[in-house]
Design a protein. Structure first.
Length: 250
């Protein structure tokens, strides 16, 4: 019996998968979006928006919707959703894979300071006031309130809550991809001295790294969080083959 494929979305990889599945109507698939952004780009397949209610809620959904496999194409830093998916699929014996972009790695010309999390990134800024280009997402912004001495240029898809912002901040609302020359011009115009970002990987937002490299600026790079051991794929063709193999209930 054919089951549904659940795609945990919110990334460009998830959208590419949705476009491929839109051309395969014989495959029953639904994408779930967390609803973290105010105006999400909606996929061309059946979708839902919102959380599941933790592991128990996800288990109930998987059973109710006759899900036969789960594709975790969430952001590399959406660690809680990945953990919940791993636990739910393990409980039900469902196949699961992570479809994600490869992490970034520094070249010899990069000046990276690798840190384990956002709190460590705040500490790495140091005590001397700096002009900081911040691209960590609005949900990570409150951590920087404890370093008010710095002046932040913050880029985000959606505007953060004013109460989450450090006192010296300028906001740019934009969605990638971004151009290297434009990123370099932005950093020069704002006198940026250091960049803080997460190791999201991919090409949509890596222009800032090339710009920082060209300007010889240090980059505080927040490492990806640890997630449960998983089957990981980086290319669409392999994911489609996995779906084809698992779209029927055992």
């Amino acid at each position: 019996m054919a089951g549904h494929i659940l795609i945990l979305g919110g990334t460009s990889e998830a959208m590419a998968l949705a476009r491929a599945l839109a051309d395969r109507p014989e495959i029953n698939a639904v994408m779930s979006l967390a609803g973290r952004t105010g105006h999400p780009v909606l996929p061309p397949i059946k979708h839902r928006i919102g959380g599941f209610g933790g592991v128990e809620g996800l288990v109930a959904y998987l059973v109710r919707e006759n899900i036969s496999a789960v594709i975790d194409a969430t952001h590399p830093f959406a660690a809680q959703m990945t953990r919940n998916a791993a636990l739910a699929c393990e409980r039900l014996g469902l196949p699961r894979l992570i479809f994600t972009r490869p992490a970034w790695f520094p070249s010899d010309d990069d000046r990276w300071i690798s840190v384990r999390d956002t709190e460590a990134a705040v500490d790495a800024l140091g005590e001397t006031p700096k002009k900081v280009f911040l691209t960590v997402g609005r949900l990570s912004l409150p951590a920087f309130r404890r370093a008010p001495k710095h002046h932040y240029l913050m880029r985000s898809i959606d505007a953060p809550d004013a109460t989450d912002c450090p006192p010296q901040i300028e906001l740019i609302l934009a969605r990638g991809p971004f151009d290297v020359k434009a990123e370099q011009a932005l950093m020069v115009a704002h006198g940026i001295e250091i960049v803080v970002t997460k190791n999201s990987g991919g090409h949509a937002t890596d222009a800032k790294l090339a710009a920082a490299r060209a300007l010889r600026l240090p980059v505080i790079m927040i490492d990806r969080p640890t997630v449960p051991e998983s089957l990981v794929m980086h290319d669409l063709e392999s994911v489609m083959a996995f779906i084809e193999a698992h779209r029927f209930n055992p």
